[in-house]
Ligand binder design. Structure first.
Ligand code: NAD
Ligand code: DAU
Length: 342
């Protein structure tokens, strides 16, 4: 791989933070496959969400640094050594943030601050990955969707730390002129997602012959997008996005949790009633929906995975075929959930 790359006049050195996680690792894979001009370094401190098996098969094609993004010395050195920083690293799970918010404040706010200071010092390009959750939630019948102009109104400790990190990025752009863009994406699905999250949790419950667990009424709506579509949009923003701008990423994939669960049950040959309702998440956001007009119109983006059912079937197959990847995490995750769920 590296030898073929000598065809390029020069390589672009890309630092991917959180590259061992769900979206970051899929980004690394997509980049190796489709964008050989990038030389990738991953920084990840391997929290419970960074599964060491995730990058095993491609470890020789990247440089991996096990370190914390809050570590000033290391982050300065890595930012200095790279041309562009794509910042995925975060504590990402709402339920965990309701139990202990500190890791979220530390990684999502302080970690982003460290990156911003280094980006400012060495004048590097930054793309900051964020979430639609910074905008709060919508009523089920609200005709409006989240757009770049929607005011911030986060609900959980997780989303408020992501909102904080976005605001820091905006302030560093305005006050110090750093070259940064931000994207706010909706719920991702696909391979390598931690089993604490909704879709993998229900699939792996069924594979373990346990009933799926639906919070509250199950009527909450999420706007699903395949992880590769999220990441193709990130590449486009890096290529063509306007410095200082925010781009919403979404693929018109609104579905209630109940609808997604029924699909999973039917694809896995289970009876429609094979699940249980459990107590609701505190402050549970009702609905997310993204208006990605700016990304589509200004940058010409379109999703490749337009059939959610097919993408979901592929995701189910991936978990069926990769038990070794998730089995250990499943045990610890369900122990964690059993302490908080009734
Ligand atoms: P994830 O939890 O699967 O992965 C996060 C990764 O970051 C892990 O590998 C973890 O070890 C690493 N990490 C955490 N703290 C770190 C630290 N202090 N230093 C270095 N590495 C650290 O998360 P994900 O779902 O892949 O989300 C990635 C990014 O995308 C996050 O910023 C998240 O807010 C955002 N996002 C996620 C979704 C989604 O649906 N999952 C949607 C929109 C945006
Ligand atoms: O919208 C983007 C966000 O999507 C990202 O910023 C977050 O990092 C990511 O975790 C995700 O947040 P959600 O809270 O929407 O995802 P989660 O998978 O935790 O839950 C999806 C929905 O399913 C939500 O309404 C809660 C519900 N749920 C979740 C679990 C784990 C259940 O009903 N049962 C469950 O067991």
């Amino acid at each position: 791989m590296r030898i073929e790359l000598s065809y390029y006049r020069y390589m672009i050195r890309m630092l991917v933070t959180g590259g061992l996680g769900f979206i970051g690792s899929n980004f690394v894979r997509l980049t190796l496959k489709e964008r050989p001009e990038y030389e990738i370094t991953v920084i990840d401190n391997m929290t419970y969400a960074g599964n060491p098996r995730t990058l095993d098969d491609i470890k020789d094609s990247i440089t991996f640094v096990k370190a914390d993004i809050t570590d000033l010395e290391i982050i300065e050195k890595l930012v200095q050594d790279n041309d562009i920083i794509v910042h995925f690293a975060a504590e990402s799970h709402n339920d965990n943030s309701l139990e202990d918010a500190w890791p979220f404040i530390n990684t999502n706010i302080i970690g982003t601050f460290r990156i911003l200071e280094a980006v400012k010092k060495y004048e590097k390009r930054l793309h900051h990955i964020s979430t639609d959750e910074v905008y709060g939630d919508l009523e089920l019948d609200d005709p409006n969707k989240f757009s770049e102009k929607t005011p911030y109104n986060p609900s959980s400790p997780y989303s408020s730390t992501k909102a904080s990190s976005d605001l820091l990025v905006r302030a560093w752009v305005r006050s110090f002129g750093i070259k940064a863009t931000i994207s706010n994406c909706s719920n991702n699905y696909g391979p390598y997602q931690h089993v604490e999250k909704f879709i993998p949790r229900q699939i792996t419950n069924i594979l373990n012959n346990e009933k799926p667990k639906l919070y509250g009424s199950g009527e909450n709506v999420r706007d699903w997008i395949h992880v590769d579509d999220h990441n193709s949009a990130v590449h486009l923003i890096i290529d063509k996005g306007k410095i200082g701008e925010t781009y919403m990423i979404g693929a018109n994939g609104e579905k209630s949790n109940k609808e997604v669960l029924s699909l999973i049950l039917s694809f896995m040959n289970k009876k429609p009633g094979f699940y249980e309702h459990i107590n609701d998440r505190k402050g549970h956001d009702l609905r997310y929906a993204i208006d990605a007009t700016k990304l589509r119109t200004d940058l010409g983006w379109a999703p490749r995975y337009t059939n959610f059912e097919e993408g979901l079937k592929d995701t189910i197959s991936w978990y069926e075929n990769n038990r070794v990847w998730w089995e250990e995490d499943k045990k610890t995750t369900e122990i964690r959930y059993s302490k908080i769920e009734k």
